[in-house]
Design a protein around this ligand. Structure first.
Ligand SMILES: [Zn+2]
Length: 404
């Protein structure tokens, strides 16, 4: 059992019998909150109680109602990732959704009670990339409650040091995304990865009437890319993966438009893609995750039409990408897509709200904060892109006792 007492009222001032100091407050509220902390990589997260953060002038304090967990979180906390972690002990948790508790005095347009998603991507706002509108390329770009790719991101990682596996999370105001009533908190806790797929499709120039190839279609990003591309008006989506059961499940999203193929079958996958797409696809989204090999990505570039785009969306693959002179001459380009922009997430939210993008494919699997290590083990077993693993920080009783 964990300590669910989240506040303690301490006496600050007691007036004397004469009552000669009447304007001072009688009490100050020292508020604590429950969190799940990483003490050392490879060790289970530890449930504890820390001080509840206070919103600075341009900060927003959000009461977390759901925090999404994806397989890469398992890699991070078990020490299998080379990313830079926050100073330990640290409260992890990337994708938080909840309700605004308090706003700083310089925050305009946001107020307590509003339902929000907290975009965890932090940037310096002062470098040339940030100033020219390419926050995705900021040298200090950092995912709050998760990791940084560079030393430049350490100050941000450690300033906003509390992630979503916590009852409250502090965020810069610019990272707050308003949620319409139609979007539930569990779905919003998946927005980091839905948004990453949305951003990758936009960067690839994907629009209605185009064909799409997704390498790694059965995972978190891959299934999201299918759902979003269907909403964007894809005429054909070709999906590659290994798990045949999940590949069949992907096809059920739109049997007339989605065709999948297992890379385990040993055939010429590039030729299969060309056959299925009348010579080549318009856009390829590569969703291969941590530990994958880039060779399949390289070979699939040959299955992209002249003028087409390959977008690397996951950023977890080792190795080289090679491209022939002829492919480059035909304006087939390879690029990357880091996270998503504020415009991307606002458009995606509007499209989900309008049922243009259908997220009903997600099966939510919830855990109480006290079950966070079970949640990490579960997601580490890679249940596939249809499962949304969520920790509910304000629940301390086992999720066996309430609907997951
Ligand atoms: Zn920057």
């Amino acid at each position: 059992m964990i300590d669910v007492t989240n506040s303690a009222v301490l006496p600050l001032y007691r007036p004397s019998k004469g009552g000669d100091c009447p304007e001072l407050p009688r009490y100050i509220v020292m508020t604590k909150m429950n969190v799940a902390q990483l003490i050392a990589p490879g060790e289970p997260l530890k449930i504890g109680v820390i001080d509840k953060p206070v919103a600075g002038p341009t900060d927003v304090l959000v009461k977390v109602e759901a925090c999404g967990i994806v397989p890469n979180a398992y890699n991070l906390v078990t020490g299998k990732s080379q990313h830079i972690l926050p100073e330990l002990p640290a409260v992890f948790g990337l994708d938080a959704a909840g309700t605004i508790e308090a706003v700083g005095e310089a925050v305009i347009g946001l107020e307590p009670g509003q339902r929000v998603y907290v975009d965890p991507y932090l940037t310096c706002e002062t470098c040339q990339q940030c100033r020219r509108g390419r926050r995705d390329l900021c040298i200090a770009g950092t995912l709050r409650g998760y990791f940084s790719n560079t030393d430049a991101g350490r100050p941000l990682l450690n300033h906003y040091k509390t992630g979503g596996l916590s009852e409250y999370v502090l965020s810069p105001h610019r990272n707050i995304v308003r949620l319409p009533e139609s979007i539930d908190m569990l779905t919003a806790a998946r927005f980091g990865y839905l948004g990453t797929s949305f951003g990758a499709l936009r960067r690839g120039g994907f629009t209605s009437g185009k064909t799409l190839l997704i390498n790694g279609v059965t995972g978190t990003l891959g299934v999201a890319a299918v759902a979003i591309a269907l909403g964007l008006g894809a005429t054909k989506i070709l999906g590659l993966g290994r798990n045949r059961q999940l590949l069949e499940q992907v096809q059920t999203l739109a049997p007339k438009r989605v065709v999948t193929c297992s890379t385990e079958d040993g055939g010429d996958i590039t030729s299969w893609v060309k056959e299925q797409s009348s010579g080549g696809v318009d856009v390829m989204i590569d969703c291969l995750g941590f530990g994958a090999d880039s060779k399949s990505t390289s070979s699939l570039i040959a299955a992209i039409k002249p003028g087409g785009r390959a977008i690397l969306a996951a950023g977890g693959v080792d190795g080289q990408i090679t491209q022939s002179y002829w492919e480059a001459y035909n304006d087939v380009s390879v690029g990357g897509s880091m996270w998503f922009s504020p415009e991307d997430i606002d458009r995606m939210v509007a499209m989900i709200d309008a049922d243009v993008i259908d997220t009903s494919y997600l099966t939510h699997h919830s855990f109480a904060l006290s079950e966070v290590n079970e949640a990490l083990t579960f997601v580490g077993s890679r249940p596939g892109g249809f499962v949304n693993t969520v920790v509910i920080p304000n629940r301390t009783d086992s999720a066996d006792n309430w609907p997951r």
